[in-house]
Design a protein around this ligand. Structure first.
Ligand code: GN1
Ligand code: MG
Length: 365
């Protein structure tokens, strides 16, 4: 067994009787392992990418506040099996929920028994996800602590455009010529896609505590297909609700993987949109403002657009942020996301129509 990992694990005394440490493929940012023990509980060990999450103290503070608050809410409403419905992070002897080994930051949480993740999304799972992420936001609406952004400007479209412009200027990896045409195209929609930021400054749109990485793979399901728990809490921070709504659809309503090389296979699945929007509105309608609701179709366009900008920025910077498997990977991802943005834009009238029918249905209840 890897001695570095064993040393780290020894800083979390709750973990005993290690049988096996298994790397898990999860996400593009952190490194994750499942620690299998001979006791009742297994654990998830993660090496936090501190180049991305530069303030680990703040990161873990947010996560502690959020999990504590959700646990209290679940208990208060008499929920059964609470330990499988919210993550529990382990403490070190110093009372922290992370350990710094001199180079890397590590944290551990209890592995939720009998859970699995899914990557496929059906209208049924999309509906459940909508309900769950709406409920997640609603449970955090009265969080007493103030949460700061774990990644400053994370879903701020104006900031992401500034980063792209800077990357184009610097052209660190010598890739500008290849992508210039696409950059020009992206620029044409930059103002329109930064609308939320302007509305926020004008006091028209609120920010709320959001998950900000609402992929279906960030939900744990039980053996019967019921959603147990929301995971990957690194990006829980104040944001527009569009973050949760739009980012889910970016992966779930896309008919191809986010790095699909054949962009003709990339389409926006309106059935998934409808199912997700229905679930989301059911649990979030009570606290959303009319403008937030009206702009949900905009969110479905914003997120593939923003992700295209982020992948392209990283491509221009020489792939320093996202893990890549081959040289053009970030560019391939960019093109797939941009295509999805175009496809979602085409579907906007139908999305608006659907949102209207949902509001009317609610009004007549
Ligand atoms: C990153 O690592 P993962 O898959 O949880 C990124 C998301 C992107 C996503 C694209 C902290 O998420 O914002 O949407 O890659 N997370 C961070 O696949 O940048
Ligand atoms: Mg993530």
């Amino acid at each position: 067994m890897d001695t570095e990992l064993q040393n780290v694990i020894s800083r979390f005394p709750q973990i005993k009787g290690i049988k096996h440490i298994q790397p898990i493929q999860s996400g593009l940012i952190n490194r994750t392992y499942r620690v299998i023990t001979d006791g009742t509980d297994d654990y998830i060990l993660q090496r936090i990418n501190h180049h991305v999450f530069t303030d680990v103290d703040l990161l873990q503070h947010n996560i502690e506040c959020v999990t504590k608050h959700i646990r209290a809410k679940l208990l208060e409403r008499g929920e059964q099996d609470v330990e499988r419905k919210v993550l529990r992070f382990l403490s070190t002897p110093e009372g922290k929920t992370y350990h710094f080994d001199g180079t890397h930051y590590w944290r551990a949480c209890v592995y939720i028994r009998g859970s699995h993740t899914q990557t496929e999304v059906t209208p049924d799972t999309a509906y459940l996800a909508g309900l769950k992420f709406g409920e997640f936001e609603s449970m955090l609406a009265d969080l007493p602590e103030k949460l700061d952004e774990t990644i400053p400007g994370f879903h701020n479209m104006e900031y992401r455009m500034d980063q792209l412009r800077e990357a184009v200027q610097e052209d660190k990896a010598g890739r500008r010529t290849e992508v210039q045409e696409l950059v020009d195209e992206i620029e044409r929609d930059a103002d329109e896609m930064s609308r939320a930021e302007r509305l926020y400054r004008e006091g028209e749109l609120p920010k709320r505590i959001c998950h900000c990485d609402t992929k279906v793979s960030n939900m744990l399901f039980d053996a019967y297909g019921k959603v147990l728990c929301i995971i990957d809490l690194d990006t829980v921070m104040p944001s527009f609700v569009f973050s949760d709504f739009g980012d889910f659809l970016r992966t779930a309503a896309c008919t191809a993987p986010e790095d699909e090389p054949d962009t003709t296979r990339v389409h926006f699945n309106l059935d998934i949109f409808r199912a997700f929007a229905k679930g989301y509105l059911e649990s979030a309608m009570s606290f959303l403002t009319p403008l937030e609701i009206e702009m949900l179709p905009y969110a479905a366009r914003l997120f593939p657009y923003m992700q295209a900008v982020r992948f392209l920025t990283d491509y221009l910077n020489g792939d320093s942020y996202y893990q890549t498997q081959y040289a053009e990977h970030n560019y391939v991802r960019t093109l797939a996301q941009y295509r999805l943005y175009q496809e979602a834009s085409k579907a906007e009238p139908e999305m608006c129509e659907f949102i209207k029918t949902q509001i009317n249905a609610d009004f007549h209840k």
